[in-house]
Design a protein around this ligand. Sequence first.
Ligand code: PEP
Ligand code: MN
Length: 342
Amino acid sequence: MIIIMEPEATDQQIQNVIDTIHSNGMRTVVNKGIVQTVIAAIGDTHKFSTDLFEIIDGVRKVERIQVPYKLVSRDSHEDDTVVTVAGKIKIGGDNPPVIMAGPCSVDTEENMISIARIAKECGAKMLRGGAFKPRTGPRGFEGLGKKGLELLAQARKETGLAVVTEVMDARDLDLVCEYADMLQVGARNMQNFSLLNEIGLTDKPVLLKRGLSATIDEWLLAAERIMDKGNYNIVFCERGIRTFDNKYTRNTSDIAAIPVIQRISHLPIVFDPSHATGKWNLVSPLSKAAILAGAHGLIIEIHPDPEKALSDGPQTLNYKNFKKLSEEIERLISVISSTSPV
Ligand code: PEP
Ligand code: MN
C-alpha cells in the first residue's frame, strides 16, 4: 500500500502515518521527495482498509498495489486452470469450448428428455435447466424445486450429459448438491455473500454468473470469496450487464469481459448469449463473437417450443436453430484450432 502525503504535510503528520503502519505490524519505506513524501507500507496490507490512513491529517491519497483477489489472480497461479465437471468434462485452458444447453426452467419430463437428447446430438456436453428460478415479481413461475432436480437427473441418466443448475438459497444447497454436477450462481445472487461462503465450503464446480450491474472487480471478488473458503472449481459466466440502452437487447453483451478476465485470472470463462441479448435471433451472432473472443464455453437456452417455455421464451432457441448454431460453432472451432493465433 502506498500513502502519498500532501506537499504541505508536516514532519509530525508524516511520523503519525509511519507510527500507524508500524503499530499494525507492517514495515515502511519512506521516500522524501522535493515536493512531497510517499510512504510504502509493506506486509499484510490486505488486512487493513485504506481508511486507516485516509483519515490521518496530511494524507492526500492511499493506493493499493496488490490486487485484493489474490487467489483468483494470475499472480498466484500463472497457468490456466482447467475445471473438471462430473469427472470428465474439461472447461478452460486449451480444451475445446464446452456447450451447455437446455431450457431456462425445467418443465416436463417429456421435454427434458427430448431437450437432453437434442443437446447431446448437437455436441453439447452439459444440460442446463433451472429448478429454482429467481423471478423479479413474486408471482412468476419459480421452478419445480426438487421435482425439477429429479427431472434433470433423469435426463442425465438417459444421455450422460452433466447437469448445471442454479442454487438460489443456502438452505437448498445440500439438496441441489445431491443432483447437480455444477452449481450455478445466478446474476442476482453474485453478491449473496452468505450463499457464496456456503458454496465455498463444497467441492462442487461453480458457474459464477456476473451480477446485473457488477463491475469486473466485484465479480472477481465474488470468486475470491468462494476460493477463500476452499472451493477452487470456479468458471466465470458473462451474461450481459445493464446499461442505459435496453430497447433492442435485454442486456448489453460485454464480450470484452472475456479477454479481460482471462488476462487477470487463471479461471475459465464462458458466455451466455441468451441472457446477454434476450432475443433468440441474436444468440447465434453473439455466440460466435464469444468463441472468437476466447470463451471456454457457451450456455444456451433451448426448448422444443420456445413460445410455451415457462420462462425466457423470447431468448430461447428452437431445435432447428440450435442445430444450425451448433454446426456453425463446430466449424468455427475447427477453423480456429487449425489456424495459428493472429
Ligand atoms: C438463467 O440462467 O436462467 C438465469 C436466471 O440467469 P441469470 O442469473 O444470468 O439471469
Ligand atoms: Mn433464463
